[in-house]
Structure formats: C-alpha cells, structure tokens
Design a protein around this ligand. Structure first.
Ligand code: AMP
Ligand code: MG
Length: 315
C-alpha cells in the first residue's frame, strides 16, 4: 500500500484496474473503475462484502451520467441541479455498459456526483466512473479519515489523503417512482429537502429495491454498542464510553466524546463514526453508549446508523 496526495498516481492505479481509497464528503470510498468487472470484483474481495450488496457509481460530470443510464427524465436533472455535486444517490435503470457485479444483478444503478474536490478530480483524471462503497470491512464502522481506512484495509493499493469527511455519514439514497421519490437510505439530505424539488411517494418501498440497503446490522464496532435507554442507568460505567450529544447523560461515564458543541445534528453526523472508532481503539473502554436523538430530519439518518450499529449487540 502507498499513500499520498498524488491524484495523478491514484488515477493511474484506477486505470490499471487497481483499488484506490479516496476521500468523499460522506465517508472514504474504496474505488475501482466501475466499467471493469475484474477491478470491481477486487472491491468485494478486499471488503469481504457479499455480492448481493450493490455499489454506488461516482461520477464527475453529466456526460458520464448519460452513459450509465438510458433515463432522460427532467426530474433527475432538477434533482441534479439542486443536490449535485453532493451527498445524494439516485437509483435509476442501468445501461448495458454497467457490469452486473456493480449492481448485484439489479436492473438499476445507484449514481452520485460527490462534492469533494479530490474525489471529483480523481474521477475526471481516471476518465471513468468509479464504483465505490465505504472503505471498511463489510458491516464495520465507516471511515471518515485516511487513518480509519488504514486500520481496516491495510492492503488497499493506494490511499488518497483528504482530511476528515465533511458530512460524515453515507449519502441519502432515493429511487424515482411515477409519482415522486422514495428514500432507500436516510442521509444528510432529508425528505424535507427533497420535497422542495419532487413530491415524496408515500407508498411502501418495494422489497426488491429495499433489500440491499436494509440490512439490520451494519456500521458495527467490535465492542458492544448500545443506544442509551432506561437500562443504561444499570450498567457499570467505569469502563463505558459515552457518545454524547446534549450533555444530559454525561454523569458517571469513564470517558465522554461530545459530538456536538452546539446541539447541531450535522455535527453529530460528522463526528459519529470517528467517535465509534476512538472508543473501539481505546483499551480502557469495554462498552459504548450512544445518545439517541429525535427521529426527524437529519436525526433519522443518525438513528438509522445507531440502530444498525447496536443490532448485533442487542440480540
Ligand atoms: P455503500 O456503498 O456501502 O454506501 O452502500 C451502497 C448501498 O446503496 C447499498 O447497500 C444499497 O442499499 C444501495 N444501492 C446501490 N445500488 C442500488 C440499486 N441499484 N438499487 C437499490 N439500492 C442500491
Ligand atoms: Mg458501507
């Protein structure tokens, strides 16, 4: 593995069918040429990701977009106008050039244009769309720094440094229906934000579309993580770390990471995975308690990550 800020070298690696971990505003991605099935296969192998879980394809311009999907729907252009580049993934019917491995055999492909400059330059210099899931082992905590990537994927061909991700949680994913959009994964772009452009389709999300992103367990630290509730009062706090949002639960914990100084859910999102990584790496901590927030707006995305992170530990 090598690492630096050399985007040209990273782009050459992508063109040679190798893997490059790179910064995006959401989390660090593990990228490969999206049109090269052998390169894409290496992503699944290194991540130990099941092939039923499709990858998002990252673009840097609308010419690439037009090659990935036959759809020419003015609603997509309105969404792109407002939210791209940015943390929104749109699932659309795929064109033939998109390998089945990228989409896990689905007839649709998830497409996103990231706002992170390094990510976009990498895609442009590579001269191809880049398929990229988060750069972590499957099911584990997403990386928001290059150091997090090194911890879980020391064997990746190249890591492009880009500081800390400015959003901190994965993109909002939507699909389009006849009457509007449906949210497949919550993110920092909320239903309310999207409703400024298109009506929400309140029908239930079809099982086929929903299945890949609706795993109950995900984003999971190796140490026990629980969302705080009535039973938190009963635990031994001497080796417990608190991910604190409001400060209301701070009493008694041996260590506390305050994820927001200003009661700001965006700050919670930015710092959430980093806090999980810090406690996971801390030998003085055996259990992580995370403060819940109201499931409205960005709070929906934060609670989605926390519920999935605690799932295996609650069973
Ligand atoms: P990740 O790359 O880990 O951020 O997650 C990619 C997620 O995007 C998958 O787990 C799916 O939930 C979702 N996704 C990607 N492509 C599709 C698609 N064609 N249809 C439905 N969901 C998709
Ligand atoms: Mg992921």
């Amino acid at each position: 593995m090598s690492q630096s800020n050399n985007i040209e070298t990273a782009a050459r690696y992508i063109q040679e069918g190798k893997l490059v971990a790179f910064p995006t505003e959401t989390v660090y991605g593990l990228g490969a040429n999206a049109l090269d099935p052998l390169a894409v296969a290496k992503i699944f192998e290194l991540k130990e990701r099941p092939t039923f879980d499709p990858l998002i394809v990252h673009i840097s311009n609308m010419e690439q977009f037009a090659r990935l999907t036959p759809v020419n729907d003015e609603r997509v252009y309105r969404l792109a106008e407002k939210f791209w580049p940015g943390p929104l993934t749109i699932v659309l019917p795929k064109s033939d050039i998109v390998p089945d491995l990228v989409t896990s055999g689905l007839p649709t492909v998830g497409i996103r244009m990231p706002s992170n400059e390094i990510a976009r330059q990498l895609i442009t210099l590579s001269d191809c769309p880049i398929a990229a899931p988060s750069a972590n082992k499957f099911g584990r905590i997403s990386p928001t720094t290059a150091a997090h990537v090194r911890k879980q994927l020391p064997d990746v061909d190249y890591i492009l440094e880009g500081g800390k991700s400015s959003v901190g949680i994965e993109s909002t994913i939507i699909s389009l229906t006849e009457c509007g959009f449906q949210i497949l994964r919550n993110g920092i772009i909320t239903q309310e934000d999207l409703e400024a452009v298109l009506p929400v389709d309140s029908g239930s999300v079809t099982e086929k579309l929903a299945a890949p992103g609706m795993l109950k367990s995900h984003y999971s630290p190796r140490k026990k993580l629980l969302v705080a509730d009535e039973s938190t009062a009963l635990i031994d706090k001497s080796r417990a770390g608190l991910i604190s949002f409001s400060g209301d639960l701070d009493n008694g914990f041996s260590k506390i990471i305050r994820v927001s100084q200003h009661n700001d859910l965006k700050e919670y999102a930015v710092n959430l995975f980093e806090a999980m990584h810090t406690f996971e790496d801390d030998p003085a901590i055996d259990i992580i308690i995370a403060e819940p927030v109201c499931e409205k707006g960005i709070g929906k995305a934060i609670m989605d990550r926390l519920r999935k992170a605690e799932y295996d530990w609650r069973k």
